[in-house]
Design a protein around this ligand. Structure first.
Ligand SMILES: [Fe+2]
Ligand SMILES: [Fe+2]
Length: 367
């Protein structure tokens, strides 16, 4: 199990790290070493089906041994949130993943998805941002949990890199990753970004599984990664809730302003991303439509926005259902999706009656 030595002078240990290391992975490796993080040990051999099933169960079901309530903001709450993260760790090794052989048609589908560059860069940035924030923390248990989170982001990057190599997908050059100047700010931005991305990924992933548009083995290969993102945002939601509840009121106001600013920053960043994708001929230039074009890309059928939102909500609930109910869940994006579904009910009714009309016109009279 990973560990951070107690009493380590983290700022001093970080001081030797340069922010302009040329290899994209050097800076992250240096951060891990400076914090004293020991990466988890992983099995060398491919796991048996039983071991795979057991690891999957461990990662998705967790109940605290703590008796009684876990008041948000209490030391018990923080300790149990970190313990959840540690005890639900899934020890898969990216290099021994057996990537399935794909037919030429399947290969074309996978390689033409316009997501691989963005996905690799997102994981590369996320690992460094979580590690940088972890390095500023005094609490060994939180620092340890966030370093494991950062290490898992690096593992996601490895999984994606292996997939890209296996299927001959060509990527552009990786950007130079930089350690954030304000680690808490970037932690908040990255955490909330993950809350948004994971919510949609849950629905899109299930859509891909149901549609059979991609081979089931390939979809299953990514299952631990998707569940890991669920654990990440569960940890994030609980650490933010803990911080919120434990701050004195004057610091709480400053914190809430930061959280609000992070949401505005994310909205702005996504708008810029959507515009640049439009300029490059990817998607339609609207963020919601980028999600919808991803939905069309993982299924051969037509998917409505409301159907996709409903599926995202169902999957969100299912993926969180196995974790201790005393831990808080990410709430903002599911609440927005529910509000969107509520507000668009008149269109859903109209569509249903239009469809019924079409069926009546096409069916024999007198039925
Ligand atoms: Fe990730
Ligand atoms: Fe993550």
């Amino acid at each position: 199990m990973p560990a951070c030595p107690n009493g380590l002078d983290v700022p001093a240990a970080n001081a030797h790290i340069r922010t302009d290391m040329t290899d994209p992975s050097d800076l992250f490796a240096a951060k891990m070493a400076a914090i004293g993080f020991v990466p988890p040990e992983l099995p060398d051999e491919p796991p048996t089906p039983e071991a795979l099933e057991a690891a999957d169960r461990t990662s998705r079901f967790w109940t605290s041994r703590h008796a009684g309530e876990l008041p948000v903001g209490s030391p018990d709450h923080r300790r149990e949130a970190c313990r959840m993260f540690r005890e639900t760790f899934n020890p898969y090794r990216p290099s021994i993943i057996a990537w399935p052989r794909l037919s030429p048609e399947m290969l074309q589908r996978v390689t033409s998805l316009p997501i691989w560059d963005i996905a690799v860069h997102t994981e590369g940035r996320a690992r460094l941002r979580f590690a940088s924030y972890a390095a500023t923390l005094e609490s060994p248990e939180v620092r340890d949990a966030l370093m494991l989170n950062a290490w898992e982001e690096n593992r996601h990057k490895e999984v994606l890199s292996n997939l890209v190599k296996t299927y001959g997908i060509s990527l552009g050059p990786e950007p130079a990753y930089r350690a954030p100047r304000d680690p808490e700010w970037m932690y908040l931005v990255t955490g909330y970004c993950e809350c948004i991305d994971s919510f949609f990924a849950f629905g899109l992933f299930e859509l891909a599984r149901r549609s059979g548009f991609f081979p089931l083995e390939l979809v299953q290969t990514f299952e631990p990664v998707i569940q890991e993102e669920c654990r990440h945002i569960l940890l994030f939601a609980n650490l933010v809730a803990w911080q919120r509840a434990s701050l004195p009121w004057w610091r709480r106001i400053a914190f809430e302003l930061r959280v609000g600013a992070a949401w505005i920053y994310i909205a702005w960043e996504r708008l810029v991303l959507a515009r640049s994708m439009k300029a490059n001929g990817m998607g339609t230039g609207q963020d919601s439509n980028f999600t919808m074009s991803s939905a069309q890309a993982v299924t051969s059928g037509d998917v409505g926005v409301r159907d996709l939102m409903t599926l995202c909500l169902q999957e969100n609930d299912r993926r969180f259902a196995g974790y201790d109910a005393r831990l808080v869940r990410p709430k903002a994006i599911p609440a927005l999706a529910r509000l969107g579904l509520f507000l668009t009910r008149p269109w859903a009714r109209k569509r249903r009656s239009d469809d019924a009309g079409r069926i009546d016109e096409g069916s024999p009279a007198g039925g």
